[in-house]
Design a binder for this molecule. Structure first.
Ligand code: SF4
Length: 324
């Protein structure tokens, strides 16, 4: 393992590899990568949402931000013709006043048309909302998969297999180079795929290889109650991606840098001399120093700050990749 690398940095490397190398076998027309998404019970390190270019283009008509469950309730059922909202939206299972609030939010975001007919609010769709999620894939990142980590992981993966929320579950772990990779010998559920990675020379399309193929988990197909939850997860992936870590770190610190590692840019702390995790790079960091105000008046160097330049660079990269 490279010096001082945290599981957080490993997660970023896996996300970047997935961006370059997904799927590990064959091709998929379009996909999105996100990190740290899940349900109340379970959070996945890396999530891949497979879709198609057409479905993604149809989804983009509804903007770049994610749609929460209340907004989804509206855009998925909004009609082609003006209709009183209560005549067209399914019973929400919560008070209608929340639906009205969500309609106003949807209107503000331009994702539904509204008008008043006396006291009544009528709605009309701006476009049919696409069924844009083909497959949802969860990747658990465990660079050091020792026996105790494997035992813990086995329980979590078993839960994933039983919940069937993802279509496939993978474990990514660091390649050891032994004849039989230890991950294969640990008692992981056979349904989970295993990827081994080697990021020593930086991240590239060839930095990960399949050791074991997963079983497709979704025995129960689309018409079940997983659908709304899967769509909500996919929406979060769509809106957040995996590069938004600058929001929970301190790119405004004078020591915060982005360093190139192959085809990845990774956060680097010049004070600590290593890749910092999101846990240490926060308001409690003893080495934090704000960037000197004079930096803000110069041209912004890509390596080294100021923080706003770094955040903008990350957002630009996410945007560019999403548009490719
Ligand atoms: S000194 Fe602390 S706050 Fe600044 S970049 Fe390093 S870890 Fe982050």
């Amino acid at each position: 393992m490279s010096t001082g690398r945290s599981e957080f940095v490993y997660e970023l490397q896996v996300c970047r590899w997935a961006e370059l190398g997904w799927p590990p076998d064959g091709e998929t027309p379009a996909f999105l990568i996100a990190r740290q998404l899940g349900t109340k019970q379970r959070r996945w390190d890396t999530v891949v949402v497979e879709t198609t270019s057409e479905a993604l283009a149809a989804r983009r008509q509804f903007g770049d931000r994610e749609l929460d469950s209340d907004l989804l309730h509206i855009v998925r059922h909004a009609p082609a013709e003006w209709t009183f909202y209560r005549d067209v939206l399914p019973e929400p299972g919560y008070p209608w006043r929340y639906v009205r609030e969500a309609i106003h939010r949807a209107d503000d975001r331009g994702i539904v048309d509204t008008r008043r007919d006396g006291n009544r609010i009528q709605i009309r769709r701006i476009a049919p909302f696409p069924d844009w999620v083909d497959r949802l894939i969860a990747v658990e990142n465990k660079p050091d998969l020792d026996a105790s980590a494997a035992r813990q992981l086995a329980d979590q993966l078993q839960h994933d297999v039983e919940a069937g929320l993802a279509d496939e579950v993978w474990v990514a772990t660091e390649r050891t180079g032994r004849r039989v990779e230890p991950a294969l010998l640990e008692s992981l559920p056979v349904e989970a795929g295993i990827l081994t990675t080697d990021f020593e020379g930086g991240v590239d399309v060839a930095s990960a290889a399949v050791e074991w193929y997963p079983t497709r988990l979704s025995a129960v197909e689309e018409a079940d109650d997983r659908h709304p939850r899967r769509l909500e997860l996919a929406e979060r992936a769509y809106g957040r991606g995996w590069r938004n870590y600058d929001r929970t770190m301190r790119p405004d610190c004078r020591y915060f840098e982005l360093r190139r590692a192959g085809r990845a840019l990774l956060p680097w702390c010049a004070a600590k001399g290593r890749h910092q995790s999101s846990l240490v790079c926060g308001s409690g960091c003893d080495d934090f120093e704000p960037e000197p105000p004079a930096w803000r008046t110069r041209g912004w160097p890509i390596e080294g700050g100021p923080g706003k330049g770094i955040s903008r660079l990350l957002a630009d990269r996410a945007e560019r990749w999403n548009r490719e």
